[in-house]
Write a protein that binds this ligand. Sequence first.
Ligand code: NAI
Length: 235
Amino acid sequence: MKTAVVTGGASGIGLGIAQRLRTGGYTVATLDLNPDNDDDLAYRADVTDPEEIAAALSAIRDRTGPVTILVNCAGLEGFKRFPDLTFAEWQRVFDVNVHGVFHCVQAVLPDMLAAGWGRIVNISSSSTHSGQPFMSHYVAAKSAVNGLTKSLALELGPSGITVNAVPPGFIDTPMLRKNEEVGRLGGPVEDHILRTPVRRIGTPADIAAACAFLISEEAGYITGQILGVNGGRNT
Ligand code: NAI
């Protein structure tokens, strides 16, 4: 049975991905700042800390064998007018969203290279299609994730490893509901649904379905792609 690691797997989209991959027959371990204590393959690790990642991966490998699937879903957003944005805030958003992906890919890559097979899926953001006011640091960071995805796909393809990104748009998670609550969505969810071509909000299961496909054996000819899952809000 193949082992997958999902970062940010304790909440929202990451939780949905972990559940879907388990149903699909994979062994799934999660890394998160707030792990689910009832799940014995849920590990506490901050994706900005390479030592915590290494410790968690070593424990996971001891129990399940090599990790050949990685879904980078842990993310941190931010809202600030650009003139008010401090470099520390800019850097923190890059630390979690970009450097977190760097550390996690570096940590699992030896297993994938040894196996001659691997699947990496990076969860970016639909805001990278069009930009988003007050989210310059977040959009820049998630755009870097898309760029990293394409370059890694070219570099790792000859080693049997595919690398793709899924930029979600308007998915019903604690992150999105928190933004609705504090007025950062620019209106209630219902208004957004009316402007969404498929006329509903997305679910973690929608993103998980795309990930499950990209991870599957039959998706082996798909790499370096940015697969938008957003109900048609971005085309
Ligand atoms: P969420 O807030 O429900 O879940 C994020 C998870 O990441 C949490 O469990 C959190 O503890 C974990 N996390 C945050 N920082 C971490 C760190 N440094 N180390 C380890 N774990 C960390 O958010 P949601 O909505 O499920 O977001 C998941 C991903 O999807 C994020 O990368 C987000 O940027 C992206 N996204 C979500 C959209 C949406 O509509 N909900 C839209 C576009 C992108």
